[in-house]
Design a protein around this ligand. Structure first.
Ligand code: GCV
Length: 766
């Protein structure tokens, strides 16, 4: 489906006066020549001068004054604000419109009960606003959470109506309207109807009750458990605003490696207080819980899902939660995975475990999000990529109707690139939800620029072929492939206590992109980046075009300098930061916690044979996909070594050998970061000094890290391939021993120190 905002733009433009129309098109074409933009701002703002320093706290909701020709247009389209209704959500919508319009236009819109002049903004539902009720609007496309934004005539005056069936739809519409101004879209002739395609759009916080965040690279937890429930930090409201602005409607507050304290009355009071802050913004609270809770908290002898005492315990506990949090969303479970307890401990299946919770939640309308991320039970050390499918596929149709099986985008673990998870499309009788990782555990963590929009887009657009062409992961997730109504998507959050929320300014874009794609999985990553840059920085094409280009290339660059050609799992053990391609299976740890398990380098070549001659994991995909990826003539280069073990001198389609191609990718990744730094260096005039500096310094770090990745990886693989580097590729400046010895003991967000980093080995990088 085309993006409604783009559609609106076209509509608006076709009605514009001819002179302005020609000018606008000339400018738009100029912008498009610089870079292909989804939304080319047709009128530049006045040139930036010395901009006041910003720390990034306001995210994409900065509402900085509009300048140039847009100001007059927008002022004319936002003269008065006409809203009725007193619910907390409508009050939030009103407050946001006042805040946004005041910031953008320099003056607050006049509050009014009636439309008294052109340019009024009317907002509400038919139930709360007599004006909305009287308008001939078809609100069916808005559904339960969507909205219409339409240019209408009321009492002879031109007005914009933001209308929805529900209060939360109005709030989303308020943010949608402000986004039009923030991205410099025309607002004279609007005809927007939008509603989310996925019903539960959830952030999974891996926040621990001790205030740390697993795989968090932005400081401590947002939730200040000690001071809850009495103190409600204003950050909670700002978090809710940010989430609502992109349509996120759920938050799992705690880590999937859950603490048994989470369901104690002490914490439930705190959680209820947080739920109270998030509620007006349409955000339901969910919790991760340990499967063994009936034992650790309930003092029962077992947590066996078939034990009636266990069932009664969960029912009572869930009822207790709903007494304090009537709109509680449900429970998230990581079971029998990475040492977590689960139904397997009692000889029960994952479905029996999930249904235990489902039965307790069903009377209250709650859901279970049951993770498919299992790989420690039942063996399968020969190929971890197979295990989730082998465990869950036989259980298709056995999960209760309020269970969603939560599946990571790829079969291993949020790698820079993975093929889509084979469970997508393979469980037609089970609700599946997609889990993406917004925090960049394997993609440079805090400091890399990596914009995840292209990764998310790639995951959503992947075609499972389960029901022929077009059976994409997006269609599985939004329920349209198998006609499901209960649909969900989760993103592992990247938020923390840092003033800029996400550790870097560019990491904010990943939170934004997740929300926008959760609302509409068909949006394009480039279009989202364009919106985000316009809102977070400026819509000036001299800044916007090069920055969108940087963002769009940033993920592929990281793939290049970390794990090109389908490699995976080459990071340092434990911390997952920096290269560790030489990490071999260690005694006492699973073999798949090493790098060589995935790359399988040796005299015979490199890569993991997942075809019929190897682990045959490829057979878990539909025949069409398996045939394409299994055949060397049609397997895409970027998944080559994921599925195939190939000799170093294998001839690629490019004509290069595999070895040369590998080296070229590492080089290309480093080169990209160098260029990115240079480009950013030219953009200082368009961004305040504080955000400019932070980004410039982080890019410098990324360049150093990319070089480290490239040099260390080449040094290691060359020690096995024994091949010369291709012409023009510089040899790594240090010996392999040097790279192997250099390690970082502690990394933010890691549960423990790097196991491969004894104090005696810690050196200073050159
Ligand atoms: C929360 C990976 C991460 C773990 C994470 C796990 C999961 O293994 O490294 O930190 O645990 O995924 O998704 O459960």
């Amino acid at each position: 489906m085309p993006n409604p905002i783009s559609r609106t733009r076209v509509l608006e433009q076709s009605r514009r006066a001819p002179a302005a129309w020609a000018l606008a098109w000339a400018l738009a074409i100029a912008c498009l020549l610089i870079a292909p933009l989804a939304h080319a701002a047709t009128l530049p703002d006045a040139p930036a001068t010395a901009l006041p320093a910003e720390e990034g706290y306001r995210l994409w909701l900065r509402y900085v004054p509009v300048a140039g020709e847009w100001l007059a247009r927008y002022r004319a389209g936002a003269t008065e604000l006409v809203g009725a209704g007193t619910s907390p959500t409508l009050r939030a919508a009103h407050a946001e419109l006042v805040r946004g319009l005041t910031g953008l236009l320099g003056t607050a819109p006049q509050p009014s009960r009636q439309v008294t002049r052109d340019g009024a903004i009317v907002f509400g539902t038919p139930g709360t606003s007599p004006l909305v009720r009287r308008l001939p609007l078809d609100l069916r496309p808005a559904g339960a959470e969507g909205y219409l934004i339409r240019t209408v005539t009321i009492e002879g005056h031109s007005a914009t109506v933001i209308a929805a069936n529900t209060d939360i739809g109005v709030l989303y519409g308020a943010f949608g309207f402000l986004r039009l101004l923030q991205t410099r879209q025309p607002i004279g002739h609007l005809d927007i109807a939008t509603s989310p395609k996925i019903s539960r759009r959830v952030l999974d916080h891996w926040d621990n009750l001790n205030g740390t965040v697993e795989r968090g690279y932005a400081g401590d937890s947002l939730w200040k458990w000690e001071s809850l429930p009495q103190y409600l930090s204003p950050r909670y409201t700002d978090y809710a605003r940010a989430c609502a602005s992109i349509g996120i409607n759920g938050a799992v507050l705690d880590n999937v490696n859950a603490s048994p304290f989470i369901l104690t009355p002490l914490y439930l009071r705190k959680i209820a207080a947080l739920a109270g802050v998030l509620r007006p913004y349409g955000i339901r609270v969910y919790l991760s819980v340990p499967f063994s809770e009936p034992v650790s908290l309930g003092k029962l002898k077992s947590a066996d899902p078939l034990d009636p005492r266990v069932q009664a315990w969960w029912s009572a506990k869930v009822a207790e939660i709903y007494r304090d949090i009537p709109d509680f969303g449900g429970l998230l479970m990581k079971a029998n995975s990475e040492g977590q307890p689960g139904p397997g401990d009692y000889g029960r299946t994952q479905a029996q475990g999930a249904n235990l919770l489902a039965r307790a939640l069903a009377p209250h309308g709650g859901i279970v999000m049951w993770r498919a991320f299992v790989y420690t039970t039942g063996g399968h050390s020969e190929d971890r990529a197979r295990q989730a499918y082998d465990t869950f596929k036989p259980l298709d149709g056995k999960f209760a109707d309020n269970v969603l099986v939560q599946v990571k985008n790829g079969p291993i673990d949020f790698q820079p690139r993975e093929p889509f998870h084979p469970l997508f499309g393979a469980m037609p009788h089970t609700h599946l939800m997609l889990e993406l990782q917004i925090t960049k555990e394997y993609l440079g963590q805090r400091t890399s620029m990596v914009y995840l929009g292209p990764l998310f887009e790639e995951a959503l657009r992947a075609d499972t072929w389960a029901r022929g062409a077009g059976s994409t992961v997006a269609r599985v997730t939004d329920g349209s492939l198998y006609g499901e109504r209960l649909t969900a998507i989760a993103g592992v959050a990247n938020t923390g206590s840092e003033r800029n929320w996400t550790g870097s300014i560019f990491n904010q874009a990943n939170w934004y992109a997740f929300g926008r794609l959760a609302w509409n999985p068909d949006l394009a990553a480039r279009e989202i980046a364009t919106e985000w840059v316009a809102m977070t920085f400026t819509s000036d094409p001299r800044f916007l075009a090069p920055v969108v280009k940087l963002m769009m290339g940033s993920r592929e660059a990281a793939v290049d300098y970390m794990t090109p050609l389908g490699l995976a799992g080459q990071m340092a053990a434990g911390t997952h930061f920096g290269p560790g391609p030489w990490v071999a299976p260690a005694r006492g740890t699973p073999p798949d916690w090493s790098s060589t398990y995935y790359s399988r380098p040796g005299a015979s070549g490199i890569g993991f044979d997942r075809t019929a001659t190897g682990s045959d994991a490829i057979a878990q995909y539909s025949p069409h996909v398996a045939a394409q990826w299994g055949n060397l003539a049609t397997c895409p280069d970027d998944l080559l070594l994921w599925f195939h073990h190939l000799p170093w001198d294998y001839r690629m389609r490019s004509g290069r050998t595999l070895w040369d191609s590998l080296v070229r990718h590492y080089d290309r990744g480093v080169e990209w970061v160098k260029q990115a730094r240079a480009t950013w260096g030219t953009l200082a005039p368009y961004v305040d000094a504080q955000r400019y500096r932070l980004t410039a310094d982080y890019l410098a770090i990324e360049e150093q890290d990319a070089q480290w990745w490239r040099d260390a990886s080449i040094a290691y693989f060359q020690s096995i391939s024994h091949l010369p580097l291709p012409a023009g590729s510089a040899p790594p400046p240090d010996t392999l021993a040097h790279y192997e010895a250099f390690c970082i003991p502690y990394v933010e967000g890691s549960p423990g120190p790097n196991p491969a980093c004894p104090p005696a080995d810690v050196t200073v990088p050159r």
